[in-house]
Design a protein around this ligand. Structure first.
Ligand SMILES: [Zn+2]
Length: 331
């Protein structure tokens, strides 16, 4: 079978390797599509400590080709969204039966189980409530996905901030109440002017400006800039969720201010398998039922022999880019 191997930074090679053997609890899945994840771009650009070659690809969907002798949950022919840790840019992958969930009849290239699981967990742990005011800083793929999930929770107002006009336009079309172009407006000023003070006596003697702001704010950029402001856009005792991928270098946050305002700070990067799978189950339910529609978020498609191009466009992020996926087999 064909498999894309990242030999060196910027250099994918398509190699012929044996189809994986499966154990009694495994499935052999014929890969339909594998998304390119922002967290893999540092391997492609060489900003990684890992040794090459690397086999990236963990956002996989496909069709069950064969099942191990102890597998009872899936049968050959089942369409599934799966979680693997690597080598998704291949014609076949092996996966444990527990890490595959039904994709029913949804388009497999949109059965992005892993990133949707991540966004579901972000929104669940943030505990967005009915009628909440919400801020989302960053309207790329993950920001737009978080926006769609937040809207399912029934918020009052959702403010989306970004520095790209087309990203803000898309956020508006998805359902953002108010978009904020941070090149022209202050996130903090707009949010403070459009949220109410918490009821008198809730916090005793605090500044009026700390009583206004979002109930929940999501930072989805992964860069330093918004970390200075996102706490000020959040009300006293509100929640700040760090969704962005803040790897490489250190970051500064105004901790004294966050501390004074008793903000609940949530680091929403999940590593535990049980949490990932819980989010994946919820995410696949939302996708297969049509409650969550992400057809507008997958903007670029490539073939297996074009994996390098898929990564390059994800690095370059031209106007209109949100998510690249590599379409590998017949659906
Ligand atoms: Zn991912």
């Amino acid at each position: 079978m064909k498999q894309a191997v990242l030999r060196a930074p910027g250099s994918f090679e398509l190699v012929d390797v044996p189809v994986p053997e499966i154990g009694p609890d495994d499935l052999l899945v014929r890969v339909a599509a594998c998304g390119v994840c922002a967290s893999e771009l540092d391997m492609f650009t060489g900003h990684t400590d890992r040794d090459f070659p690397i086999l990236p690809g963990h956002e996989v969907s496909g069709v069950v080709e064969r099942v191990g002798s102890a597998v009872t949950r899936q049968r050959p022919g089942d369409r599934v969204g799966i979680w693997v840790t690597e080598s998704g840019f291949s014609e076949y992958v092996r996966v444990h039966t527990d890490f595959a969930l039904p994709a029913d009849d949804m388009p497999l290239e949109l059965a992005l189980a892993e990133p949707v699981a991540c966004a579901v967990n972000v929104v669940e742990i943030a505990d967005v409530g009915l009628g909440d005011d919400v801020v989302i800083v960053g309207a790329g793929f993950m920001g737009a996905l978080v926006l769609k999930l937040v809207l399912l929770k029934g918020p009052r107002r959702v403010f989306v901030a970004d520095a790209r006009a087309e990203a803000l336009e898309r956020a508006r079309s998805i359902g953002a109440t108010r978009t904020i172009d941070v090149r022209a407006e202050s996130l903090v000023d707009v949010v403070r002017a459009n949220t109410d003070r918490v009821p008198a006596g809730t916090f005793g003697d605090v500044d009026e400006e700390d009583e206004v702001g979002a109930d929940v704010s999501f930072e989805v950029t992964g860069v330093q800039g918004p970390l200075a402001d996102v706490g000020d856009a959040t009300r006293m005792a509100g929640t700040v969720v760090i969704v962005g991928y803040h790897q490489g270098g250190t970051r500064e946050i105004p901790l004294g201010n966050w501390n004074w305002k008793a903000l609940r700070v949530v680091n929403a990067h999940f590593r535990e398998v049980a949490t990932i799978m819980r989010g994946m189950r919820t995410g696949m339910r939302l996708l297969t039922s049509g409650r969550l529609e992400i057809g507008d978020l997958v903007t670029h498609r490539f073939g297996l022999d074009e994996v390098g191009d898929a990564f390059q466009i994800a690095v370059d992020k031209p106007a209109g880019f949100l998510k690249a996926t590599v379409v590998i087999g017949e659906d």
